[in-house]
Structure formats: C-alpha cells, structure tokens
Design a protein. Structure first.
Lengths: 97, 97
C-alpha cells in the first residue's frame, strides 16, 4: 500500500511566486524518481494559515522517498532554498476516517 | 466545490495516546456541524516527521469551518489542550497535480 508524504511550507510574505517556482523544480525532479506515484500541491485560501503551501504526495514505500530525499542530487537542487522556505516533511498513513 | 482543512499537530514524546483522544473528541464535535463533509487523520510512520498527526478534512465552505472554529463551544472543548498539542490549521485548495 502506498505511503503519504505531507510537506507543509512556511512562505515569507511576498515570496509566494518564488516558493512556487522552487516547489515546481523539486516536483519535476521527484516525478522522475522510482517509487513516485502522485502529488497534489495545496495553497492556503485563508490569511490565518501558518503554512502557505502544503504538498500531499503518494510514494510506493518510505524507502523510495528517503533514498531520493537523502540523495546528493536532491540536496544540491533544494539546498539554496532550504532556509528561505522552512518545510517539515513527514511520511504518514491514515488511521482514522 | 469543497475546501480542504489541513491541520498538523506537534505531539510531545509519550503523549501520542493523549493527543489521539483529544483529536477524537474534537472530531466527534466537528462531525455534527453544518458544512462538515469528511475527515482523515494521518499518523507519522517515520521518526523524522515534525508533526506526529496531520488531519485532512473536507468542508463545504471556509465560512462553515470558521464559524465552528470560532464558536465558544469549540473553544471550551479544545481550550485545555491547545498549548499541550500545538497545531497549525489552514484551509486550502489544490493548485497543482
């Protein structure tokens, strides 16, 4: 069964476009990796949301995602933006509906 | 079209059961409110996730959810737990797939 990656992003005011461009770049890379299934980027529509963007993606396994996340190629790609857009990824399963 | 509520929870180590009980109580209340559609509670399956639980729910409109969130009844229900389990709700729409 697929696992769910959820990744909330903090975006400083006025930096929304830049953050989206960063996300697009990372997403394009992710789409080509083994184990990737799908992704949905959520944008906040209320001013009181702490996280302006939240990505919810499906991956085949935790291992597939961790391998990509820890790869030098990915670190080089996202490194320059890590501090500008603090984000807090985790991998999840649904336990209540 | 429905809107998406996403609510990541920070859970201090050893407090997972207590946090789940708190969530169940809030969810039971939410399920009875006008505008509520559905909910899925996600539990982290990796140790490096900052948020142990993330709720993803559907509501008919932003107004429906805000009305409940700002109600005295809801504030009284969750008030005692607000500080123990910091959480960062927002309402979202999907902008990229």
């Amino acid at each position: 069964m697929a696992v769910i990656l959820i990744n909330p992003f903090e975006v400083p005011e006025g930096k929304e476009k830049e953050a989206l461009a960063f996300w697009e770049k990372a997403a394009d890379f992710m789409r080509q990796q083994p184990g990737y299934i799908s992704t949905r980027l959520h944008k906040a529509i209320v001013p009181w949301a702490r996280f302006h963007y939240i990505n919810v993606a499906e991956w085949e396994t935790v291992d597939h995602f961790e391998k990509v996340m820890n790869s030098e190629e990915f670190k080089n790609l996202v490194g320059p933006y890590m501090k500008e857009f603090p984000h807090y990824p985790g991998i999840y399963e649904v336990i209540r509906t």
